[in-house]
Ligand binder design. Structure first.
Ligand code: NDP
Length: 300
């Protein structure tokens, strides 16, 4: 059997980012200010710092004004709520992103609930989660949206196909399952989690298998149907003394083994990760357009 095709998330993300850039240029040529994104970063978690840097850099490359608001890990919850209130009320801010995780003394649910749903470009506010569940228009979390875009642009059919999503988080697994089953995408979806019995038996039936678990190499070749599309969401740091940083990044899928069985597979890094950022830019552009339309309707 030939080796699986590798889905190049970096290349697809580049396309999406170029489209966003062109749309932003069209907006500004029309006299509108560039879209703007405020990223709220609490503490100094190195992974969060690096994600935020990547998001702000990508925003700027797309012509979006990106600003990082940094706070110490000891910021009080009420002070952070006041920051959100200020950003919600600021007409020069289109999108707000709260970089997770937040320190343990802060209730992340309370913080996310305070965001204006119309600026919630990460799609994590319950209003946007509800809109997705109800099939209404809203902001969709960037990683699941990026996965569906990746499938679509790679030409992997979803309609009527069996999709198995391993992981049921609010950030990835749950919204992805909803997107895959939504009208127009039309997959038949099964969701698995840590209590699922006989996972290999279920995953082997998947035409599209998504691993959003956070356990390195959990998905092995015996869990994959020959020819399936395997989407690896996991980002795990595995100790590797031969690397300068002392670790390497690996996914939830045993990539080498999956290549021998699957039809398509995403690498880590370079698969789903770049799409997450590209979709954040798309959502921010959408937030800016919504604000401009509202402004035009209210005569502002
Ligand atoms: P969570 O920890 O919130 O969720 C993990 C899910 O995996 C849970 O539903 C859990 O089940 C399930 N799980 C854990 N162990 C097993 C197992 N042995 N068998 C089956 N299911 C299992 O993680 P996230 O959803 O936030 O993230 C998942 C991974 O994706 C992480 O590695 C994260 O770093 C990565 N990620 C990557 C992104 C990207 O841009 N590429 C963006 C976001 C996340 P249960 O609910 O029962 O506990």
């Amino acid at each position: 059997m030939p080796e699986a095709n590798i889905i190049d998330g970096r290349a697809v993300a580049r396309q999406v980012r170029a489209e966003v850039r062109a749309a932003v240029d069209a907006l500004t040529a029309n006299g509108q200010r560039p879209p703007s994104l405020a990223v709220v970063l609490v503490g100094d978690n190195p992974a969060s710092l690096s994600y935020v840097r990547g998001k702000v850099r990508a925003s700027e490359e797309a012509g979006i004004k990106g600003a990082t608001l940094r706070f110490g890990a000891d910021i009080a919850e009420d002070a952070l709520l006041a920051v959100i209130d200020r950003l919600n009320a600021d007409p020069s801010v289109d999108g707000i992103l709260i970089q997770l995780p937040l320190p343990a003394h802060i209730n992340a649910g309370r913080i996310l609930a305070r965001l204006s749903p119309d600026k919630d470009v990460d799609g994590l506010h319950v209003t946007n989660a509800g809109r997705l569940a109800a099939g209404q228009v809203g902001f969709v979390p960037c990683t699941p949206a990026g996965i569906v875009e990746l499938l679509r642009r790679t030409g992997i059919p979803t309609s009527g196909r069996r999709a198995v999503v391993v992981g049921r988080s609010n950030l990835v697994g749950k919204p992805l399952a909803l997107l895959l089953m939504s009208k127009g995408t039309d997959a038949t979806v099964t969701i698995c989690h840590s209590r699922t019995r006989d996972l290999p038996c279920i995953s082997r039936r998947a035409d599209i298998l998504v691993a959003a678990i956070g356990r390195p190499n959990l998905v092995t070749s015996d869990m994959i149907r020959p020819g399936a599309a395997v989407i690896d969401v996991g980002i795990n740091r595995v100790a590797d003394p031969s690397r300068k940083r002392g670790y390497r990044l690996t996914g939830d899928v045993d990539f080498g083994a999956a290549r021998q069985v699957a039809g398509w597979v995403t690498p880590v890094p370079g698969g789903v990760g770049p799409m997450t950022i590209a979709m954040l830019l798309k959502n921010t552009l959408r937030a800016a357009r919504m604000r401009a339309e509202l402004g035009a309707r209210s005569g502002r």
